[in-house]
Design a protein around this ligand. Structure first.
Ligand SMILES: Nc1ncnc2c1ncn2[C@@H]1O[C@H](COP(=O)(O)OP(=O)(O)OP(=O)(O)O)[C@@H](O)[C@H]1O
Ligand SMILES: [Mg+2]
Length: 265
């Protein structure tokens, strides 16, 4: 049976998580595989990175902002706390209903929930949490999660379902420091398989800096800094189409992952 990978893209702010997620999504889709890319950022921008045309873009809304849906499924209005609501609402139909599909990539926006310090006990977070768990359990397509900084969405129960966590780093101490924190949190929930993916490197020395300062996480590959990435963004085009040199690295990463998974399964 073909293995449907579940990959998590994570890292410090602005390092290139969304760019790399979009590239990998389009690599898998162009090889004929079904892909579900999920934007877990409260300020979604994966749609732009995938070069979604405006008419599809307009159809897409973050789940966290669907007040009627949240009310319908949990029995309480978003923003309310302390009242009664369902903590395990029905979610299995949501990925198909609220995603859009563009060139073989299905895209779903989760949106953000104000979690505060202790974690929010509110209807919208119950819905998102249940949906997140459902995404990790189901096995219908390759799942790519474009995460923002934290790993709080990933629980112990779901860590086993993640095939690999790809921590995107730049050649900076700051992003490597974040990688170290992510590694600690990931190890705590039992996630073992992780790699660094370097982005925005300018030289061999940049790559050496990353390997020399890595918190014990192997480097899978590196994307070079390329002004065409910004230009693709300005033109509303996918990096996959506009910057062949980055697409090639993404293809190499997919091939390396496939080799790694064959060895470990
Ligand atoms: N290899 C690259 N060369 C040049 N610019 C890049 C490269 N990769 C990403 N960028 C640019 O860096 C910026 C941040 O990239 P991206 O949005 O992918 O990062 P992110 O980690 O998802 O950010 P956020 O934390 O805000 O979600 C974007 O303007 C993007 O176009
Ligand atoms: Mg992003």
């Amino acid at each position: 049976m073909r293995h449907l990978y579940k990959l998590v893209f994570i890292g410090d702010g602005g390092v290139g998580k969304t760019t790399v997620t979009a590239l990998l999504a389009q690599v898998y889709a162009s090889s004929g595989q079904d892909v579900l890319a999920v934007d877990v950022d409260p300020a979604p921008c994966l749609a732009d990175a995938l070069g979604l045309p405006p008419e599809l873009r307009r159809e897409l809304h973050p789940i966290s902002e669907m007040e009627d849906l949240i009310y319908d499924r949990t029995g309480a209005k978003p923003g309310t706390t302390g009242g009664f609501f369902t903590i395990n609402p029905r979610v299995d139909d949501l990925p198909e209903r609220f995603s859009v599909k563009h060139r073989g990539v299905r895209l779903l926006e989760m949106g953000g929930v104000e979690t505060g310090g202790t974690g929010c006990i509110c209807p919208e977070s119950a819905l998102l949490k249940t949906l997140f768990t459902h995404l990790l359990f189901r096995n219908d397509e390759i799942l790519l999660l474009d995460m923002y900084a934290g790993v709080e969405h990933l629980g112990r129960a779901t860590a086993d379902f993640v095939d690999a966590m790809l921590i995107v780093v730049e050649p900076t101490r700051r992003s490597l420091g974040t990688a170290e924190q992510i590694k600690k949190l990931a190890t705590d929930i039992g996630l073992k398989q992780m790699w660094l993916v370097a982005n925005k490197v300018k030289s061999r020395e940049d790559v050496e800096f990353i390997t020399a300062n890595s918190p014990g996480i192997p480097l899978l590959d590196q994307f070079y800094s390329n002004p065409d990435v910004i230009e693709a963004d300005r033109r509303g085009l996918a990096v996959y189409d506009y910057v062949p040199s980055l697409r090639e690295v993404a293809e190499r990463i997919a091939a390396k992952l496939s080799e790694e998974f064959q060895m470990s399964h």
